[in-house]
Ligand binder design. Sequence first.
Ligand SMILES: [Zn+2]
Ligand SMILES: [Zn+2]
Length: 358
Amino acid sequence: MEGERHVFGKTSKIISLALPKATEKLCELCQRPANLQCTGCRVTFYCDAEHQQADWLGIHQRICPLLVPIRTLTLQRAGQSEIQLKKAELMEICRSVAQSKLSEGKHKEALPAAQFCLCASIDIHGPSTVQLVPVYLLLADANMGMGNLKLVAELLSQAEWAVLKSPECGHEVYHQLHRSLGRLHVATGNLEAAVVNFANDIYYSSEEYGLDSTITCRGYVLMADVFAKQGKTPIARSLYSEVAHTLHCLLNKLINTKVQNVQNPGMWSEPLFGKSQQVEVGETLRTILEFWQNDSRNDSGQIALVAHCLAMLEFLGGDSLKALGFGNMALQACQLIPNHDLVESIQALLQLVQRLQT
Ligand SMILES: [Zn+2]
Ligand SMILES: [Zn+2]
């Protein structure tokens, strides 16, 4: 939960005698003159307690001791390459913290980590390099969630500039950039431009991950959302149903693997879905379900299909209560259609969930 109370680390007034002369200390978060310092590392400064707390919660509690060597070691005492290595390690921690907070919807808390990650990346790779693009997009994502659209537009144009200067950058980068631009255009109501960006997003992500990947599916749903907003309902319907079928096939395969793992408990098995993938697929499916629930056609077949997908997804994620809820929703929708071919497989899933629950 954003704003939750934690132990926030400790600060003291900056002791200026202990610092080299003529170096004005700036706030870690806003770059304004600082008068507090972290008593843990003594190398991080803040303008006020609010910024110290936001930084502590967002990233500083993870990296406080790691900053000491980077900010105090001189080149004589440690090799250039050793410092670079430590910076790269820090950048990676910040990137993963920002990403996991974003996938939990904690946009404000993700900001300090994303901001630190950008500073560290510029430091390591230099300004306007293609390595900065994913970090600009991370920071744009955090700001998008907070509604800072003007800042998002600035960050994305920085990212576009870096991409322009590095035409050799891969499909993944183009896919991410177009997706973020599409989202910005949706937020500012420029739906025509959003469709163009999402079409590009889908092209690059299908080249990189395949047409059936969950990442490409997300792109199709983002585009379908725009068509639905524009009143182009038939295209939206066909895209939503296409994605639901693709995800249904994928989840069925994963369930079969899971059943095999349950039957051979000694076998080592990887988690079937990463956490962020689980969250993304869940969002995609809930968007589609909501569409069909509000659609004038009242298509029970589609509702059954998507609810079945969600039941499988929740089961894979280990939430048996939600799995049973969506499973029963799927079964109810099936009963409105005679001879629906999903009934058996939904019932099998419900039995499996119940069996493993006890
Ligand atoms: Zn500040
Ligand atoms: Zn500290």
